[in-house]
Design a protein around this ligand. Structure first.
Ligand SMILES: *[C@@H]1O[C@H](CO)[C@@H](O)[C@H](O)[C@H]1NC(C)=O
Ligand SMILES: *[C@@H]1O[C@H](CO)[C@@H](O)[C@H](O)[C@H]1NC(C)=O
Ligand SMILES: *[C@@H]1O[C@H](CO)[C@@H](O)[C@H](O)[C@H]1NC(C)=O
Ligand SMILES: *[C@@H]1O[C@H](CO)[C@@H](O)[C@H](O)[C@H]1NC(C)=O
Ligand SMILES: *[C@@H]1O[C@H](CO)[C@@H](O)[C@H](O)[C@H]1NC(C)=O
Ligand SMILES: *[C@@H]1O[C@H](CO)[C@@H](O)[C@H](O)[C@H]1NC(C)=O
Ligand SMILES: *[C@@H]1O[C@H](CO)[C@@H](O)[C@H](O)[C@H]1NC(C)=O
Ligand SMILES: *[C@@H]1O[C@H](CO)[C@@H](O)[C@H](O)[C@H]1NC(C)=O
Ligand SMILES: *[C@@H]1O[C@H](CO)[C@@H](O)[C@H](O)[C@H]1NC(C)=O
Ligand SMILES: *[C@@H]1O[C@H](CO)[C@@H](O)[C@H](O)[C@H]1NC(C)=O
Length: 622
């Protein structure tokens, strides 16, 4: 190739890449998507559902955020995007940035090289279930399947709560909920509504991009009278796979073809059903299903879906093959083994642990520690033990083994990467080690994705390449467990970051606004980086011999003791419960205090704060 033709190619590529700009004013709006309870909801530019972000592969996306919430801080995470070279744009607060306080603005600016179906959401204080969640689609001029369909449709599934997250979270983590029963959603939504109607033209083929943007519930999804041909999961093209039902955990995506029928004699239900095995109790009157329709003729009836008898049998995503046929990456340089455990700490709350550590946000965002600790940035100690840091060398192949010692399902998500899904055991198989599985049983052409479901008391093995310098979280995507600490931090090639990364001034400005330090170790110590005195820490363990069962007994005796008062209080608090964020506590330093013993609002009587009969009865759940 001659230099001039190279130049032409380069300028062509340049001409195609665009700057796609969004101005997002984040503020409260009111919404009532299930028709049962209008409530304050977090919208963008006065709208909810929030707008879709759309761009082409190669484009530069710029999102200018203004936080007009007035009473909560925020941040945006662009779920599934690698943020290669721009880890500071990834969004999780106290990992790669400070929370954006009320009144402040912040610019996200990154270039996308990955095609496919993604989403964006708040990654701050368990906030996204209050509405700050929406699709992000990257179109691909080179899409290998582009000839196979006529039109694209974007569709979300989600769960919905009538109460706001701050109140639900403080109930969830409190001593009146010692078993850690997660609040059960009030409804399921399709495209953030119910009774969605999707007009189809007979004979056409549609690409559906389906995204679970919910907080908690995985969902079974099926289309009566139509099969799906899966072509992509989590931004990775698959070899086409037929399915009549899929399961999407919170944060997973799947695109598939639906061939419209050739006649217009009937409309067909679209059904989604929340995975009730995640719920400790099923509140009376809960409808965990949501229905929509593929509409061929507006004048024909809209039938209810037929009841599915017996167990759901969704497509098994472990059987998918990546379209590019990429084989298993070489032997791991490092294996990280994480055991998932739930246990109570001294404040009576139920915490989630990887090994013996429950994630607690640092005083300095982990990325800023990496950038300001010189050679010591390769020493995990500077990040503080409670961010559960692992420092990775550039190019390492890393295996993550996760053993589920808990009886719940957990969808695990890795920021900044796709992992290869090498192995997933059946339910109740025990730990990876106990199951005597060898690498010869690993999938030779493993599916890559960014979120995978770990089964109850089972195990998974994931493999990824540390080829993306940055600070990347690995966590359960059930928003409750982000709060209760089921999270670890990978610090990848920190010395490379020090050489290459330029953090814009507006990122530091939001820290200054809330007095969050931007240098030093996790404790904010800039002199002796190995001295972590004063770091944020979880509550102390329970006193020896004190068990969760003991707390349950204690709480029950308290409840029966105060039942008379409770009944009166329930009347008084029949409104949806919103625990106000203490004024001025929206920022990182102070808000990280909510994980401390000094936390505010957690010492009130259980009844006054959480006047919910079903939440109280959920205590009996486990
Ligand atoms: C986005 O970042 C690029 C460099 O990475 C820079 O050239 C561009 O000016 C930035 N855009 C905005 C709006 O900040
Ligand atoms: C879902 O809603 C969005 C707007 O929020 C719309 O653009 C999209 O077409 C809807 N999808 C379907 C399948 O109706
Ligand atoms: C869907 O697939 C199943 C099994 O592959 C087949 O029996 C059924 O006829 C298909 N349904 C439609 C509507 O194509
Ligand atoms: C509809 O008709 C077209 C052309 O006759 C055919 O190719 C297609 O397979 C039919 N689709 C279905 C779902 O039967
Ligand atoms: C939800 O749908 C499933 C599958 O058809 C059915 O078994 C269940 O009874 C439905 N639940 C409710 C509350 O209608
Ligand atoms: C991957 O292999 C399948 C057959 O096993 C083939 O159809 C497909 O074209 C291959 N993909 C690529 C990108 O070569
Ligand atoms: C976890 O265990 C290790 C090794 O036993 C110990 O060094 C560390 O301090 C423990 N961490 C916590 C949070 O207890
Ligand atoms: C794994 O190997 C040990 C020792 O050989 C054996 O006791 C155990 O039953 C095996 N476990 C399984 C699940 O096969
Ligand atoms: C990030 O970019 C580097 C160099 O451009 C490349 O080698 C690496 O594979 C990329 N990593 C990811 C996860 O995209
Ligand atoms: C913030 O303001 C909204 C809208 O007025 C209100 O619904 C919500 O409860 C407040 N949240 C907190 C944490 O104060």
């Amino acid at each position: 190739m001659t230099p001039s033709s190279l130049l032409v190619l380069a300028s062509l590529a340049f001409a195609q890449a665009a700057v796609v700009k969004y101005d997002f004013d984040i503020s409260w709006v009111r919404a009532n998507p299930d028709g049962m309870a209008e409530r304050p909801t977090i919208g963008i530019n006065g709208q909810w559902p929030i707008p879709r972000i759309e761009a082409n592969v190669g484009d530069n996306i710029v999102v200018n955020v203004v936080n007009s919430l007035g009473n909560q801080s925020t941040s945006l995470h662009f779920h599934g995007l690698f943020m290669n070279g721009s880890t500071h744009m990834d969004g999780p607060s106290m990992a790669t940035q400070c929370p954006i306080p009320p009144g402040a603005s912040f610019t996200y600016n990154f270039t996308v090289q990955q095609p496919g179906t993604y989403w964006y959401h708040s990654h701050n204080r368990g906030q996204y279930p209050d509405g700050l969640r929406g699709p992000l689609i990257i179109h691909d001029p080179e899409n290998p399947f582009k000839g196979l369909y006529d039109e694209e449709l974007v569709m979300t599934v989600s769960d919905w709560y009538h109460d706001e997250m701050p109140g639900l979270l403080s109930f969830f983590m409190s001593k009146v909920n010692p078993t850690g029963a997660e609040p059960v959603p009030n409804s399921a939504l399709l495209n953030e509504t119910q009774n969605l109607k999707v007009p189809l033209e007979p004979g056409k083929t549609y690409l559906f991009r389906m995204i679970n943007i919910g907080a908690f519930a995985g969902q079974y999804i099926w289309f009566e009278g139509h099969n799906m041909t899966i072509l992509e999961v989590d931004g990775v093209y698959t070899q086409p796979a037929e399915a009549d039902m899929i399961y999407l955990s919170a944060a997973q995506r799947c695109s598939f073809l639906i061939k419209a029928r050739n006649d217009t004699s009937a409309n067909f239900p679209i059904a989604a059903s929340m995975d009730t095995t995640l719920f400790d109790t099923i509140p009376d009157g809960l409808n965990w299903n949501v229905t929509g329709w593929l509409v061929y003729d507006q004048n024909k009836p809209f039938p209810e879906p037929a009841v599915v008898d017996g167990e759901f049998e969704p497509h098994d995503d472990m059987t998918l093959l990546p379209w590019d046929n990429e084989t298993i990456w070489g032997e791991p340089d490092r294996t990280i083994s994480l055991d998932v455990i739930m246990d109570n700490l001294g404040d009576g709350g139920n915490y989630a642990f990887f090994n013996n550590i429950t994630y607690t946000p640092p005083k300095v965002p982990t990325l800023y520690t990496a950038l300001t600790s010189g050679e010591l940035a390769t020493n995990a100690a500077v990040y503080g033990e409670y961010t559960h840091p692992f420092v990775l060398e550039r190019g390492e192949i890393v295996d993550i083994i996760v053993n589920n010692i808990d009886s719940g399902k957990h969808p695990f998500h890795l920021h900044g990467h796709h992992f290869q899904s090498l192995w997933r055991s059946a339910d109740e198989a025990g730990t990876f080690q106990d199951s005597n599985v060898t690498s010869s049983e690993f999938s030779p052409v493993p599916m890559r994705r960014d979120t995978i479901v770990l089964h109850p008391e089972g195990n998974i093995v994931l493999r990824f390449k540390a080829d993306n310098p940055g600070v990347w979280l690995f966590h359960c995507h059930l928003e409750w467990h982000v709060k209760s600490g089921l999270m670890a931090t990978f610090v990848e090639a920190p010395l490379d970051l020090q050489k290459t990364l330029q953090v814009p001034e507006n990122h530091y400005a939001v820290c200054a606004a809330e007095d969050i330090p931007t240098s030093g170790n996790a404790a904010g110590n800039t002199v002796d980086l190995l001295d972590l005195t004063g770091q944020n820490a979880p509550p102390d363990p329970l006193p020896e011999g004190f068990t969760a069962r003991g707390i349950v007994a204690l709480v029950f005796s308290c409840i029966s003791g105060i039942l008379g008062v409770a009944v009166i209080a329930w009347y008084g608090f029949a409104e949806p419960v919103n625990v106000a964020e203490p004024a001025g506590a929206a920022g990182g330093v102070k808000e990280s205090g909510e994980n401390q013993q000094v936390s505010s609002g957690e010492e009130d009587s259980p009844v006054a704060r959480d006047g919910h009969t079903d939440e109280i009865s959920a205590l009996g759940g486990r």
